[in-house]
Ligand binder design. Structure first.
Ligand code: NAD
Length: 390
């Protein structure tokens, strides 16, 4: 079921803050947002350096007068235009998200924010309340969740194909920062500096991805308590961790385990989610995102492939090029951005019910990611002890 249709009635007038030339994540935001004509890039404050930002914006064919020196000017000037922006994506270092997101919501804009939404639960709740008051959508780019087979897993679990869920294992453990690469790489340097990265490194930067994938697959699951131990194997990174283990107890007796690492030497990406039930298990690995392992106890392993007719319709809804051809991160992000656009459109029309069916990482997912990191840090700081979750 190849989906080539445009999803929204009219493209949403869209800007970016950050995501300038050479940034790690700016390009994929633009590729994803522009893929289905759901958004139209009309303005931006792309760089911390105003001149570089202006030059880059123009290279992206944004009108020179709409390439602004900073986000404050962007929001103020766009509000004066009859054709001003309706939405903004924030792709700046973590320490700036809270202020920019707050300013964007106050300016009446829909927001797509990079993770983490902010640093503390208190800040996250302020953003949550503000979004509600302003009736604006906030999406968080847990991009991997846009892979079709994540939706397939959700439907299989809901249909009881795994039996009763017993355990969830999550990991995001790469090896790219096994040495102090930050000495020569500014994009990594801020990630290990609490002023810019917040209270954690790999917990916030990496672990929140598989953590959200589990939320997407098992939306009813609620953590009751957790225990976290974190380490800085490259000692100059302390107090921020480059490796962490988290044990979780969920309501109803489900157990969870998460390993996050940037020092898993030799590993490329190492992001995996395994859900184990009384009858069968599912496993998804982001290095083979087009396959979902379905292992029924006592039967041969099945590899479910993206795009096939045997998948649930909810998963095939995202299909772009049919079976056989591989899809990847660009398509996953584009699926997410397409749903963000639908959520923004639904919100503008007052159709909040439609948003519920989209299974999209929204403000609640953003708040939950911040809350989870805060509890992990609290447990680790206390010496790796169990802490109640709510
Ligand atoms: P980066 O350091 O490579 O790029 C940051 C960009 O933001 C640069 O262009 C910089 O000039 C610009 N910038 C900084 N402060 C700004 C400001 N106040 N106003 C305007 N522009 C500003 O960082 P990155 O790796 O691209 O990460 C950016 C964000 O994306 C971070 O929050 C990071 O956690 C997140 N990220 C998410 C994913 C994902 O999979 N969702 C992957 C990588 C990074």
């Amino acid at each position: 079921m190849i989906q080539g249709d445009l999803k929204v009635a009219a493209p949403i007038r869209w800007a970016m803050v950050g995501g300038g030339r050479g940034s790690q994540i700016g390009y994929i935001h633009r590729c994803a947002a522009l893929r289905d004509n759901s958004f139209q890039l009309v303005a931006g404050a792309f760089d911390i350096d105003p001149e570089r930002g202006r030059e880059f914006g123009q290279a992206l064919r944004v009108a020179p007068e709409r390439c602004y020196p900073d986000y404050q000017t962007l929001f103020a000037e766009e509000a004066k235009r009859p054709d001003g922006i309706q939405a903004v994506s924030i792709a700046t270092p973590n320490g700036t998200h809270y202020a920019i997101c707050q300013a964007a919501l106050e300016a009446g804009l829909h927001v797509v924010c990079e993770k983490p939404l902010c640093f503390s639960v208190e800040e996250a709740e302020v953003l949550h309340d503000l979004a509600e008051r302003q009736n604006r959508f906030v999406g968080v780019t847990y991009g991997y969740a846009g892979h079709q087979l994540i939706r397939q897993a959700r439907e299989m679990i809901a249909a009881g194909e795994l039996g009763e869920i017993r355990m969830v294992h999550m990991q995001f453990a790469h090896g790219f920062h096994s040495e102090a690469v930050e000495a020569a790489n500014p994009s990594t340097r801020w990630r290990v500096d609490p002023k810019h990265a917040g209270p954690s490194y790999v917990l916030g930067d990496l672990a929140t991805h598989p953590f959200y994938i589990v939320e997407a697959m098992l939306p009813e699951l609620r953590i009751s308590r957790l225990l976290c131990a974190r380490q800085s194997f490259v000692t100059s990174r302390a107090p921020l961790e480059d490796n962490a283990y988290v044990l979780m107890e969920y309501e109803g007796g489900v157990m969870g385990h998460l390993w996050a690492s940037a020092v898993n030497a030799g590993s490329m990406h190492g992001q995996k989610v395994r859900v184990i039930g009384s009858r069968a298990s599912l496993e998804w690995w982001d290095e083979r995102p087009n396959q979902l392992r379905y292992e029924v106890q006592g039967e041969p392993v099945r590899l479910l492939e993206r795009g096939m007719d045997y998948l649930y319709p909810e998963a095939r809804e995202d299909d772009r090029i049919g079976s056989g051809h591989p899809e990847g991160l660009f398509e996953a992000w584009a699926n997410l951005y397409a749903r963000f656009a639908l959520a923004m459109e639904a919100m503008d029309c007052g159709d909040t019910g439609a948003i519920e069916t989209l299974a999209v990482p929204d403000i609640h997912a953003g708040v939950e990611g911040v809350r989870w990191v805060a509890h992990c840090v609290r447990s680790a700081e206390a010496g790796g002890v169990w802490v109640d979750y709510h």
